[in-house]
Design a protein around this ligand. Structure first.
Ligand SMILES: *Cc1c(COP(=O)(O)O)cnc(C)c1O
Length: 436
């Protein structure tokens, strides 16, 4: 592989061990299919900001109110990131310091709730996130979570959508202080309006966790929860295609509570190099090309879902409105588990993750499903024709999963497909990250 691992790869040569590992990872990302729904390929500009000297600077506090000197430039960087975020999403206030989506959620709970308060959020086994009250997460130890889910699957394929009757009933019965919308494995539009109505009816606050669809919202492919929810949390690295990190958008009257919950409530010094990269990503997402990207991501996910259904898989909820789909493997092969499928596909150069499907009879470590996403390979320039090829390759690999020769043949076709859509073609020379 001649592609440098970072824009500063030559400097990294001073550490041959790390340098070699980065080169191997560039090779892996460029020669295998990246179908993990929470991943993307950032632009070279985002990589460059993330790898910049801003990592050297301590900047505890907020712009113009820092605990350390020397922050004149840093203040401008963070102000730029905040103003680009508020402009992009039409929000009154943005906090760009959360190190990750999980931190953003924790900070919001800390800002809006007292320990022991009740929160209504999505069931984990129906697609909720760990920070929505998993027994394994500190969130469940501090606050009392009650969970809503999706409707049962129906023969017509109309079920497996958020059960708003259940949300309303639970809200009335449990009187939550906060209602959380948002999911890590839900392929339909999450309409913020009915959540708002239910929250208002019981006097609850409403947080929309847009970790996954943030880029689709920014690109106009999904309805915006900003101005509907009291607070919106997001990650910057999923469909938004920026650096690994989080952000919070909120109403002006909540700004102070949110800001002090992030720092000093939860975090120490902000990662200003990542904040600079977030500014770059917010700028990229404001360009018209990003709207076309968001639409292409959804079109590709739909093409992949349709082609997988034709291969004999069942797509949970009958399809997708966003960048991801959940595949129920059982109609394809009742003996095939998500774990086995993930491992076979890994061998064939197709990277994705096993996932529980709603009411999965198997454990979360085994599962009956796979979660697939289109955000990364759409960045690399693939379209619906390539999605159909990907579905056929998945079908062949899983049918022939016991046969090394089949997996090897699929692996080499995957390699040829990826070679036609390099995510970092010319990085270091022309600096293009492929089609938008
Ligand atoms: C990914 C995700 C998060 C957390 O993001 P991290 O950056 O991994 O901490 C939070 N909520 C939802 C719904 C997510 O999908």
């Amino acid at each position: 592989m001649t592609v440098p691992a970072t824009p500063f790869a030559a400097w990294l040569a001073a550490d041959p061990e790390v340098s070699a590992l980065l080169a191997e990872e560039v090779e892996r990302q460029s020669t295998t299919l990246q179908l993990i729904a929470s991943e993307n390929f950032t632009s070279p500009a985002v990589l460059a900001a993330t790898g910049s000297v801003l990592t050297n600077k301590y900047a505890e506090g907020y712009p113009h109110r820092r605990y350390y000197g020397g922050n004149r430039v840093i203040d401008e960087v963070e102000d730029l990131a905040r103003s680009r975020a508020t402009a992009l999403f039409g929000a009154e206030h943005a906090n760009v310091q959360p190190h990750a989506g999980a931190n953003a959620n924790l900070a919001v709970y800390q800002a809006l709730l007292q320990p022991g308060d009740t929160v209504l959020a999505m069931r984990l086994d129906h697609g909720g996130h760990l920070t929505h009250g998993s027994p394994a997460s500190i969130t469940s130890k501090i606050w009392r979570f009650v969970a809503y889910g999706v409707t049962p699957a129906t023969a017509e394929g109309t079920g497996e959508v958020i059960d708003f009757d259940q949300v309303a009933d639970l809200a009335k019965r449990e009187q939550p202080k906060l209602i959380v919308a948002g999911s890590t494995a839900y392929s339909r539009v999450i309409d913020p309006a009915p959540f708002r109505e239910i929250a208002d009816a019981v006097g609850a606050l409403f947080m929309f966790d847009a970790a996954h669809p943030a880029g689709l919202i920014a690109g106009g492919a999904h309805p915006s929860p900003v101005g509907v929810a009291d607070v919106v949390t997001l990650t910057t690295h999923k469909t938004l295609r920026g650096p690994r990190g989080g952000a919070i958008l909120c109403r002006g009257d909540l700004a102070k509570a949110i800001d002090s919950a992030v720092f000093p409530g939860l975090q120490g010094g902000p990662l200003e190099h990542v904040i600079a990269a977030k500014a770059v990503a917010f700028g990229e997402a404001a360009a018209p090309e990003f709207g076309r990207y968001a639409a292409a991501v959804v079109a590709n996910a739909r093409a992949l879902a349709a082609a997988l259904a034709a291969e004999g898989f069942r797509v949970v909820s009958g399809g997708t409105d966003n960048h991801m789909l959940l595949v129920d493997l059982r109609p394809f092969d009742p003996d095939l588990t998500g774990k086995e499928a993930q491992e076979a596909l890994d061998q064939a150069g197709i990277t994705c993750n096993r996932n529980t499907i709603p009411d999965d009879p198997r454990s979360p470590f085994v599962t009956s499903g796979l979660r697939l996403g289109s955000a990364a390979e759409t960045t690399a320039g693939m379209g619906p024709d390539e999605m159909a090829q990907v579905a056929a390759l998945i079908g062949r690999a899983l049918t022939g999963r016991a046969d090394e020769a089949v997996l090897g043949a699929v692996r080499s076709e995957v390699g040829a497909l990826c070679a036609a859509f390099p995510p970092y073609a010319g990085l270091g020379s022309q600096g293009s990250a492929g089609a938008g």
